[in-house]
Design a protein around this ligand. Sequence first.
Ligand SMILES: [Fe+2]
Ligand SMILES: [Fe+2]
Length: 126
Amino acid sequence: MQGNIFKRSGPNVQAELSEHAADEFKHAEMLAKRIIELGGTPILNPGEWVKKSTCGYDEPKDPNVLKLIEQNIKGEQWAIKVYNDMLKKIMVTKDPITFHLIRKILEDEIEHEQDLEDLQRDIKLI
Ligand SMILES: [Fe+2]
Ligand SMILES: [Fe+2]
């Protein structure tokens, strides 16, 4: 499936999604490190990530590039909502380190959403 998506979506979309994937991996590392610092244990089973995630995720079944971008924008919007909600909760607990971490991740998610909206606009102009 991934091969089809990349083949049909062109180099700009592929590069952008690869860059976002690397950012998402960094987010996971940052969050896992903070969970350990706070005395917790990050979830290590990928099956549990999906079950316990509060973000929506639509499996990319349609290789159409605009559909793929639309799904990714929806995912980024989910992430933005989740991290915004987290920031509101962290303001109450007054944990500045976690607040800063979540704020940084939120900035990345907003940038991802904007990148994808720019790509969507550019593709529609072609
Ligand atoms: Fe992320
Ligand atoms: Fe993202």
